[in-house]
Design a protein around this ligand. Structure first.
Ligand SMILES: Cc1cc2nc3c(=O)[nH]c(=O)nc-3n(C[C@H](O)[C@H](O)[C@H](O)COP(=O)(O)OP(=O)(O)OC[C@H]3O[C@@H](n4cnc5c(N)ncnc54)[C@H](O)[C@@H]3O)c2cc1C
Length: 387
């Protein structure tokens, strides 16, 4: 057993730390959080220049074929600097690229993967509908009806991260009328400029520089060749994207926790009360000890999930646990980090309030922590408790 990073992984880590220090410093991240709903094009281009969008694309299509562990080493640093930026990149890399790479035909891969590797396309995944995100199979009502050489799409999605800037919306639609829910869904790549698409802003407290929006599809015509994977089998086939998503979201919690711990630790050493630094107070040390324990546990589980994924071994239990402990740990770190900063914990001048707000989003997205526990016990062989 070896818990150490390889020489190459240490290099990736060092390069990303350097990149994030320079391009995602706290003042710039605060500016983004207060002024934009998606990272600016200049920043996107800087990620293109360091090869971020090539990471999980096979070499034959212009990518780097990075392992999940290597990818997560790089991603951890971005998550620590800004969860919004991590999400913005994650939607294209984790949803767009992964869907096409896993489900796409040769022609689809040849068309889209080189463009994705050059950062020329942005993508999002549109699964959730207003009637519920946990019970996806029961909730997807967005319908795609076949008509000659196209599908005509009608329906509504909500909370779709980065849809307002995406070139393509990878959308779960109901295509089969008379089959049971798990055999009735298909994945369509819908060009965002198609006629009949309306985007609605969803104001929220978290991740201000990566909006999640509502989408309405009204008689949107989509060429049949934009079907990804097998018609009617979209639910099962999309699991190759939804399972790794949990690892990425767990890493967001790890990054948030690391940032909150580091800021709280430094602040406690510098801030004085009753003639000495507040870091000498046992209760504050306990807050930080808990943050440190949560961070170590979550990071280990997240990397273990990524490693299992790379080995081709089952990892759904580990990834589900990782997302759960990392999101709870991040919320705890934001909450107690804010306590340590006293009044400054809720001031815009300090990023602690951002960590706390952003951590909330991870409690239920991409899967709620309640549902995570339901699934874990089902994976362990107990009767299905949740439907
Ligand atoms: C900021 C943000 C970004 C998002 N980004 C995307 C995106 O890019 N693409 C996308 O498709 N979706 C996205 N989502 C949607 C997200 O995945 C859903 O919010 C999530 O799945 C929960 O669905 P819901 O909000 O409809 O809650 P519900 O499904 O209505 O659940 C409400 C509550 O009921 C509980 N509950 C439901 N069923 C059970 C059960 N059987 N047992 C126990 N408890 C249960 C839940 O745990 C939760 O506490 C995003 C959401 C947010 C808020």
């Amino acid at each position: 057993m070896d818990f150490d990073l390889t020489k190459e992984q240490k290099m990736i880590q060092k390069e990303m730390q350097h990149f994030c220090k320079k391009e995602l410093n706290k003042d710039y991240v605060r500016w983004m959080d207060e002024n934009v709903d998606f990272p600016p094009d200049e920043l996107w281009q800087k990620f293109v220049d360091i090869g971020m969008f090539q990471s999980n694309i096979p070499k034959e299509y212009g990518g780097e074929s990075m392992s999940m562990v290597d990818g997560m080493v790089a991603f951890e640093e971005i998550c620590k600097a800004s969860m919004s930026v991590a999400l913005a990149i994650g939607t294209t890399v984790g949803f767009g690229t992964r869907f096409i790479n896993e489900l796409g035909t040769k022609a689809q891969k040849e068309t889209y993967l080189p463009l994705l590797s050059e950062g020329k396309l942005k993508m999002c995944m549109a699964l959730t509908e207003p009637s519920g995100g946990t019970d996806i199979l029961g909730s997807v009502k967005t319908e795609a009806i076949e008509k000659n050489d196209r599908f005509v799409v009608n329906g509504e999605k909500v909370f779709i991260t980065a849809a307002h800037v995406s070139d393509y919306m990878i959308t779960m639609c109901r295509t089969e009328k008379d089959k049971k829910p798990s055999q009735s869904l298909s994945v369509l790549m819908i060009p965002s400029k198609s006629k009949g698409i309306t985007i609605t802003k969803v104001p929220k407290i978290s991740c201000h520089h990566c909006d999640s929006v509502g989408i309405t599809f009204s008689n949107v015509e989509v060429p049949k060749e934009n079907l990804l994977g097998t018609r009617g089998n979209g639910w099962y086939e999309s699991l190759v994207v939804l399972n790794p998503e949990r690892i990425g979201c767990a890493m967001m919690g790890v990054g948030l926790m690391a940032a909150a711990y580091e800021d709280a630790f430094l602040y406690a050493k510098q801030r004085h009360a009753f003639s000495g630094p507040i870091s000498r107070f046992q209760i504050l040390q306990h807050y930080m000890a808990d943050m440190y324990i949560n961070l170590e546990n979550s990071r280990n589980l997240t990397y273990k999930s990524a490693w299992l994924c790379d080995q081709g071994k089952p990892y759904h239990m580990e990834a589900t646990m990782a997302k759960l402990v990392a999101s709870e740990g991040a919320l705890h770190a934001g909450r107690f980090g804010a306590e340590i900063l006293g009044g400054y914990g809720i001031c815009s001048e300090y990023p602690m309030q951002r960590y706390l707000r952003d951590a909330y989003q991870l409690q239920f997205s991409p899967i709620s922590n309640e549902m995570s526990k339901n699934m874990m016990m089902q994976y362990q062989g107990l009767p299905k408790s949740w439907a």
